[in-house]
Ligand binder design. Structure first.
Ligand code: TMP
Length: 206
């Protein structure tokens, strides 16, 4: 495939959106075609699923939750991401399958290999060339979110030990695939993080 697929991962409040926007501006200033997208969401169907999975009141069984994220992902990759990559665009995506392994696997205590396999089936095994993991301790992420003054969604509202398991799962995923992951301490200044990302991305985009 001609394009470049870069995903951003990290806990809620780790600074992904800020870094994605900075990177998009940098790439666009160099004349690159950039597609900014996210999961869940990214398509009309995805936004409906996002509403259910993040905001629906009441219990959702863990496997049903995993399937809802996988349904969003499947449609998103098939209808938006693959076509963009085939055109040769650079896709910057806020969250991908590592989110499911961390949140539904470690967070909801499903088998991480099964959760991963579900997403690989859903996406016909599309993997990113680079995954930027912004690593922030759960307690700091919670403080940052509290400052944004918006309501917590279903996942964010989970207790700190849930978010600690998510963080540990991310770090284990990164350790298992050091070629794909760039792990950055999300407590570093915004501009420093941006520079570290640029070092890696410059090699990929030429
Ligand atoms: P965000 O758009 O603010 O990052 O919120 C997405 C929420 O959904 C976040 O709490 C993480 C969660 N999530 C999962 O649990 N599994 C997934 O596969 C994805 C993509 C997100």
């Amino acid at each position: 495939m001609a394009g470049v697929f870069i995903t951003f991962e990290g806990g809620d409040g780790s600074g992904k959106t800020t870094q994605i926007n900075l990177l998009a501006s940098w790439l666009e200033a160099r004349g690159k075609n950039v597609v900014l997208t996210r999961e869940p969401g990214g398509t009309d169907l995805g936004n409906e699923l996002r509403d259910i999975v993040m905001h629906r009141a009441g219990f959702i069984a863990p496997r049903a939750e995993a399937l809802l994220y996988a349904a969003d992902r499947s449609h998103h990759i098939a209808t938006l991401v693959r076509p963009a990559l085939e055109r040769g665009d650079i896709v910057l995506q806020d969250r991908y399958l590592d989110s499911s392994v961390a949140y539904q696997g470690a967070g909801r205590v499903l088998d991480p290999d099964e959760v991963r396999e579900l997403s690989l089936w859903a996406t016909e095994r599309l993997m990113p060339q680079l995954t930027v993991l912004l690593d922030v301790p759960a307690s700091i992420a919670k403080d940052r979110q509290a400052q944004t003054e918006r309501a917590y969604d279903r996942l964010e509202a989970e207790a700190e030990d849930f978010h600690t398991r998510v963080r540990e799962s991310y770090l284990a995923l990164a350790a298992a695939e050091p070629e794909r992951f760039l792990v950055i301490d999300g407590r570093r200044p915004i501009e420093e993080i941006h520079q570290l990302i640029l070092e890696k991305v410059s090699d990929l985009v030429g």
